[in-house]
Design a protein around this ligand. Structure first.
Ligand code: HEC
Length: 132
């Protein structure tokens, strides 16, 4: 029986390495902060909700019809479950009869990033939210 020649084996290894390298390059093309919820928040949300989540971001002017939620307000944040937060982040204000000034993020952020954001918001309000 003929063993595969060294050359054939070598070629397969090289191919595997090339494919692997391309995959790594593709994935690392996403912004480096992609998995750090605090950085995601600062990049996408802080312009309206404020760096510390108080709803006082630089985007918010007098013309804003509604104020972005102040995430440090535990009393208000406790009225919402984690699932509520996730829904409004993914689908935007109008999906829960709130203002279209709150954009939908499902095309921009991954489910993982949104889960991270929900945890981040809970850290800001220091509240657990509505259970169930
Ligand atoms: C263009 C401004 C803007 C940006 C950017 C923005 N928001 Fe909002 N957000 C709002 C406004 C305004 C509201 C209030 C809507 C209302 O009460 O009708 C809101 C509401 C919310 C609510 C709902 C709070 C509640 O009481 O129901 C959550 C949760 C939220 N935003 C999370 C986020 C997250 C997370 C991001 C970043 C991925 C983000 N927002 C980015 C403007 C913004």
């Amino acid at each position: 029986m003929k063993q595969p020649s060294m050359n054939e084996r070598g070629l397969k290894e090289v191919l595997a390495i090339v494919v692997f390298t391309v995959l790594v390059a593709l994935f690392s093309a996403a912004p480096a902060f992609a998995s750090d919820p605090e950085k995601v928040f600062k990049f996408y949300c802080a312009q309206c909700h404020g760096l510390t989540g108080k709803g006082d971001g630089p985007n918010v002017t007098k013309d804003f019809p509604v104020s972005p939620r102040n995430f440090t307000n535990a009393k208000e944040m406790d009225k919402l479950s984690d699932a509520d937060l996730k829904n409004v982040i993914l689908d935007g204000g109008p999906s829960v009869s709130k203002s279209p000034m709150m954009p939908p993020w499902s095309k921009t952020l991954t489910a993982e990033q949104v889960d991270g954001l929900v945890k981040h918001l809970r850290g800001i309000c220091k509240c657990k939210g509505k259970q169930g």
